[in-house]
Design a protein around this ligand. Structure first.
Ligand code: MN
Length: 295
């Protein structure tokens, strides 16, 4: 079953050349695509995603004015939000917002009516497994899903060098994934991770058994204690997970949901016998004391 599904995706992946499919043409006529990210509006990743998305519909970029990585799904409720038109290479209509990724999606879809699809990324760095809880890239897609829209997050690998990833090499793969996902309208929230040199696509589930966050202590120049919240490398990826696929150079596509309910635990507690509520012991009525005060 699992393998059959993977075979299907492998077949879809075979022809990587962009083609003008009837579906793409249909979508181009209809779609309004809002593009957001968490790396900030000047990130090369957002320009690359906008470029690919513009083949599928009308594109507008609304993104944070400064980097908001690892901000998760924060919203700004204690101060007002503003947006400013921002010239970007590629000539896309773009606005920068003094807020978080989720703010950008809320504001962007408020100001631009009838948005069909929200895309987020392409993030400079993968968003895999339990680390997804911190992701601002994914939060933008989640905000879309909260508003009843489709949201798809894109992230890629970065090497620790001065060089940004070669987005032009990734674009055919992003286009292929979009072609695949746009036809699957039932998928409302999707997390996509694209390795540097993909060799296929895998449908995956989130790797939740391990967590890569850790605190590293250090000293500032005045010898005072400081701490970095950073990541540690993980080993032993479980087959079928996003971390496993990405580690094997496959594009990982994970359908997600907003419902955090633990169904197993809920079923377990619902099956428990209902204990009768203890009767509240009645207190004897207090003796009335006359008050002198008049009202
Ligand atoms: Mn980021």
């Amino acid at each position: 079953m699992y393998l059959a599904a993977q075979r299907e995706s492998a077949l879809i992946f075979k022809s990587i050349r962009p083609r003008a499919s009837p579906a793409a043409f249909h979508l181009r006529m209809k779609s309004r695509i809002l593009i957001c990210n968490d790396d900030g509006i000047y990130s090369p990743g957002i320009a690359s995603l906008a470029k690919v998305a513009s083949r599928f519909g009308d594109v507008r970029i609304v993104a944070p004015d400064v980097e908001q990585s690892s901000m998760g799904h924060a919203i700004t409720s204690s101060r007002p939000l503003r947006y400013r038109r921002t010239p970007l290479p590629g000539g896309f209509e773009a606005y920068r917002v003094n807020g978080t990724p989720a703010d950008c999606v809320a504001l962007g879809t408020y100001l631009w009516e009838r948005v069909n699809l929200v895309l987020s990324g392409i993030n400079l760095g993968p968003n895999l497994g339990s680390a997804c809880w911190h992701s601002g890239t994914l939060a933008a897609a989640k905000q879309a899903a909260l508003l009843g829209l489709r949201g798809i997050a894109f992230s890629t690998a970065v090497t620790i060098t001065e060089k940004a990833p070669d987005f032009s090499q990734l674009e055919p793969y992003v286009e292929k994934v979009l072609e695949l996902l746009l036809e699957k309208k039932e998928l409302c929230l999707v997390n996509v991770n694209v390795p540097e040199k993909p060799r296929g696509i895998r449908w995956t589930r989130q790797a939740v058994k391990q967590y890569d966050g850790k605190v590293v202590p250090g000293k500032d120049p005045m010898k005072r204690a400081i701490y970095w919240f950073t990541i540690k490398p993980l080993e032993g990826e479980e087959e079928g997970t996003d971390r496993w696929a990405f580690g094997k150079n496959f594009v990982s596509i994970t359908p997600l949901r907003l419902d955090l309910t633990d169904e197993k635990d809920l079923a377990r507690v619902l099956a428990l016998p209902i204990t009768p509520a203890r009767k509240a012991r009645r207190k004897p009525p207090a003796k009335s004391t006359k008050r002198n005060s008049s009202r």
